[in-house]
Design a protein around this ligand. Sequence first.
Ligand code: AHR
Length: 494
Amino acid sequence: EQATLTLDPAFRIGAIDPRIRGSFVEHLGRCVYGGIYEPDHPDADEDGFRTDVLALTRELGVTTVRYPGGNFVSGYRWEDGIGPKDQRPRRLDLAWKTIETNQVGVDEFVAWCRKAKVEPMMAVNLGTRGIEEAAALVEYCNHPSGSYWSDLRVRNGAKDPHRVRIWCLGNEMDGPWQIGHKTAREYGILAKQTAKAMRLVDPDLELVACGSSGRWMPTFASWEAEVLEHCYDVVDYVSLHSYYRPKDGDYASFLASGVDMDAMIEAVVATADYVKAKLRSSKTLHLSYDEWNVWYQQPGDTREWVVAPSLFEDQYSLIDAVVVGSLLNSLLRHADRVRMACFAQLVNVIAPITTETGGPAWRQTTYHPMRLVFQHGVGDALRVEPRGPLVETAQYGAVPQLDASATLDPETGAVALFAVNRSLTEPLVVEADVRALRGVRPVEHLALYGERDATNTKDNPDNVVPRSMPVPELADGRLRVTLPAMSWNLVRLS
Ligand code: AHR
C-alpha cells in the first residue's frame, strides 16, 4: 500500500507568519542562568551571555522569544530585575521553588534578543499583580522618555525604547496551579482592563489572551468562550499550550500527537469564531501556540530552595524528534490562523539546546526538524490532500500513517514537503502529484530515522542527525519517495 498527495500552488492555506518560528525563555531551572546567561563561562560575552548558545539560537532560525514565563511570571515583580545588579533582591520564586537572583531582567533580556536577532514577546503578571504594574512595564519598555518609568530605563542604560510589540496578558490563568488562578469571568474582565491601560501607554501593542493550558483541561473551550466574550475586542490572539509524551509505552499514540494538536487548533478557531459571531464583530482572532513540545519529567516538590536547579532537562530521543516534526506539520497546516508559536523552551528546560555549566552546548535530536522547518518552511503553506493507509492507535483510533505539510516560497519558487511516517515498523511509499509545479525538480531528501531511543549527548552530540537519502525519482509529473519507518522527512524541490 502507498500514500498519495498533491502539491499544487492553487491549494494555498495562507502565508506563513515568521512568528510561528518562536521559542520561550522562562526563569525556570537552567534556562536563564546557565543557559542564555553564564558570566563565568569561558564563552561568555561582555554582558555575560553565552555566545555558544547565541550562535545555536541564530542557527536554529528562531524569530520570536517569549519571556519571562510561564508559571514564573504569575509571582514576578519585574522591578526586581532592573537597575544595578548588586542591589537586586533575591526572591523566592514560588512557581518553581527556586531562589531568583534577578541578575537577568527585562533590560538584559531585550539586549540578549538583539544579539540573538529575535523579537521579544513579553508576558505580564496577572496572577499576583494587575493593571498598574503592567502599564508601568509598558511605559518602562516603550515610552521614549520624560516620564518616571521611561526615565528610569534611560538611567539604567537603555536610551532607546525597547519597542516590545507582543505582550501576553498573564500565563495559564485557567490552571489551579497558577499563582493567582482566576475564573474565566475574573480573568476576562482583568485582561480587558489591563489591555486597555497598556494600550493607553502604547497603542501599537499586539496582545495575547490566555486560552486553556491544554485540551485536557475540564474547562477547555468554555474558558476560551467566556474569556473572549469579555476581551475579544481588545486582544489580537488567544494562546494555546500543549505538551506530549508517550504514556505507558504507547508509542503509536505518541507518534499521532499531531492529531491532538490539530483538534486543539480547530476547536479554538471554532470557539473564537463563535464569539466573533455572537458579538457581531468584524475582527478575526488569530492563535498564538505559545507553548508546545514533548515533555517527560513532571514537577516534584521535595527540593531545597536553591538558585537555578537542574529542572526538566529532558534528553530527547529520535522518536521525540519525529513527534516534534509532526507537531510542526500541524502548525503549518493551520498557518491561516496560527500566527505565532513558541516551542517551550529554548535551552536546558525541555529544550532543543543543552548546556553544561562551564562546559559545551549541543543540539538535541529535536533541534534538527525545527531548524530545517524554520529554514525551508517559508512562504505559503499548501494543502496537500494526503490519502493512504491508516495505523491503529489506542488514544486516537485509526489515524493516517502519513502526516504531511508543504510550503511554497513565492519569491524563489522553492517547495518543501515535510512528511512523517507514523508506523513504528513499516516504511511508506508516497507518490506526490507535482504536475502543477511546472519545471520544479526534486533536489534533496533528508530523513531522521533509526533507533527509537537514540539520543545526542555531550560526548556524542551528532548521534541523531538528518541523513541524506537518494533524491526521489520524478516521472510523468509524479514523485516517488520512500519514508523509513518512524521517520521525519524533508523533500525539497526547486
Ligand atoms: O514550559 C514550562 C511550563 O509549562 C510553563 O511555565 C507553564 O506555562 C506550563 O505549564
